[in-house]
Write a protein that binds this ligand. Sequence first.
Ligand code: F6P
Length: 352
Amino acid sequence: MCFKLLKKDKSKSLQNENTDIKAELEDKKMKIAVLTSGGDAPGMNAAIRAVVRTAIYKGAEVYGIERGYNGLIRGEFKKLEVRDVSDIIQTGGTKLYTARCAEFREDEGVTLAAEHCKKFGIEGIVTIGGDGTFRGALDLSRKGINCIGIPGTIDNDIACSEYSIGFDTAMNTAMRMVDNIRDTAQSHDRCSIVEVMGRNAGFLALNTGVACGATSIIIPEDKEFDIDDVVAKILETKEQGKKHFIIIVAEGVGGVEEKAKYIEAKTGIESRATVLGHVQRGGSPTVRDRVVATQMGYHAVELLLAGATCRVVVMKDEKITDYDIEEALKKGSPLHKPFDEKTYEIANAVSI
Ligand code: F6P
């Protein structure tokens, strides 16, 4: 853990009526900022709200940076007050906008961002996003700006955290969409091959597949995957009376159109392909995403106010705690979590 000494007082009591003293106290308030970066995820707004409100509650000033590290490189800080984050807890997307920033991968961009922070008096930043966001946070903290990451990605692929904000909402959205597809697959005795998001990780596909009773789930982690095994399973279960089939494919594997054609040719079952796409990234966050985002936002501010840096807020054994970003990044790039073999095995067992 790398804790730094707190330079400024939280100046809890602003009771003195003397305006000079008041101004001085205002000046001593710790200034922190918050940004969202990478792909958005439902619940990011709840996290922003928690960061802003916790910071103000604990006597700090808080600034929003728009469009991730792009806004930081431009030195754009917008002061946020309690009411600026009203009515966003229930909304998807991110009020602060988001972006993937190529310039921030260069030392020049990080240096410029750190200079803006120092000039503006920003001592710490909460960065909400995925592994790319944390790499940026690590680089920035090396330039003397305290950074705390919060995992926000529907892929849930942050190695050191059991949970990432947005995962539950995305799973529920995907599940509802696949349920709709099942209705029509059932009516037509068809096989539906559905692609769900997850560039390098199959967590979303695996859980959606289990929740939707998929016949097969195809994920990038399974290196031994063979489309003929899927064909064999369809034929075997058809023999036992199954009339329609749902096959879930993670985006990282892809190729749903070709897979549908191949399955139709080999089984004689009419097949259709659907790519769910960005519908999974939006929508009102679920209870879990709102609550976890709020807990993580609160924890992140507590860390910053205590002078911590280079930490990522994580969920471990269903509890909110934190982990060293540098250590997490050493685990590999990108930070993929070990594959959930047990659930994969269960999915296979119950899809006969
Ligand atoms: O945020 C993660 C994710 O949704 C992945 O599942 C997907 O591969 C990627 O983002 C899509 O990114 P973009 O919105 O930039 O196309």
